[in-house]
Design a protein. Sequence first.
Length: 150
Amino acid sequence: MSTIPRPALALGLAGLLPFVWGVATLLSPALAEAGLRVLGPRFVGPFVLIAYGRVILCFMAGVLWGFAAQGAPGQWRGYALSVMPALWAFFFVGGGPVQALWALLTGFVLLLAMDAQFGQWGLTPRWWMTLRLLLTAGVVLCLGAGLWLA
């Protein structure tokens, strides 16, 4: 198994911080109040989980598009799969915090399956699934906590 490059690991883990912040503001009313005062309502509680989750799901669609551009076997399948996370975010993330968090949690689990498929096609670096498993676990835990606390 290949080692995850330090920049990819560091930036990937840093990308979990908004998810952790969202859960922290759900756990701590004082932190939520401070965040509300300093950052505004979009950046606390389930709102930051939903907004950031939607952004990251769309970002990951772009990553998959880049993999598809390398020439996946059955290239149409690769491109079609790569747009699914963004379409999922557009069509299913909404309808209130609980429904949006469920849709995001489901979207990230489905994204992991897509990552695995691109890996099977040989389009990802060897370390990709190790990183994706780690980051997806963090995202799913935070979204799950958001559902439980919301």
